[in-house]
Ligand binder design. Sequence first.
Ligand code: SAM
Length: 358
Amino acid sequence: MNLHSGCFSDDEIVRLLSLTDPVEIEELRRNAYDLATAEVGDTVHYRGIVEFSNICTLDCHYCGIRKSNRDVERYCLSQEETVQAALWCAEAGYGSCVLQSGERRDEKFVVFVEECIRQIRDKSVSDSLPQGLGITLSLGEQLLDTYHRWREAGAHRYLLRIETTNKRLFAHLHPAAQCFSNRLQALDDLREAGFQVGTGVMIGLPGQTVSDLCADIRFFAGRDIDMIGMGPYIVSRGGGMVDQGMMEREALLLLSLKMIAATRLVLRDVNIAATTALQTLAPDGRERGIAFGANVTMPNVTPISVRRNYQLYDGKPCLDEGGWECRSCLERRIAAAGRRVGWNEWGDSRHYGRRIAV
Ligand code: SAM
């Protein structure tokens, strides 16, 4: 199979995701890494993630902060705390932040986010960041009008995972009220509101096959997606799927890495995140993600006092690590993967740049 062509049949993608021979896996990795260098450069971009609230009105069965988990102490940072955490990213040279929380759609929440975005954009302008911090949102399904308001306030990227494109599996993972078609509509609405749109899936879900993952990659390509944030599914004691277990950790890590590499080979110039969940499976999980073709990472900048209440899955790493400590640890990890950090850069997806130029 020609790994440079950018043209793969479904059978070929399934074969890449199923590789077990270390020599073939290394060939896949090398090709994905080299293609990332050629298409998106040798820099890795940081987006400091502020998990500003774990209050959630939804009940996704896999998630540790779902509404019906009574064992979580709920919190919502103040506007000032949220803005401060984001501004720390500007100070540390991160270039961008992500605002993430449990899902709420009430007007008070919409205004809270709108105000945080405005303040972050205004207060982060400096000589090194003349346009202020880049702002990504990860706040779930909202009304089109809400997306417009947040875009106008100054956020410009939005991450909304489809979670899986297998509709039967999607229905199994969510209560009936959360339907697949609404999620598709939300992805369309985000595009209409002018966001750079990111999506992604959980890898290794109970009942998921490599053909499903191949269909997920086709979905990313078919929707002309700008950014991908995907990671391993890790069981959560607070979720409703404990009895269904999870994949064996080493196999799950390998599958996640092959998924990053295959996605890079098919989509080429998109941004792909090496997510924190990779590091839950192995201490060097994130740098291995970068070595398999990812070019974005999301260090946690949530205040340590609330971090352990945002456990989406068991064993989430870096719960006690302060910002500066995490910054230098990550820089070492990125250098170990042969990359450098894009300090003070937004690091927008090249795919997005090409898409809007057309
Ligand atoms: N509410 C927003 C949303 O749904 O997009 C943002 C918060 S949500 C907790 C962020 C992501 O966490 C989800 O898209 C999901 O993929 C991931 N997640 C939740 N539980 C997980 C688990 N057990 N393993 C891996 N990822 C998980």
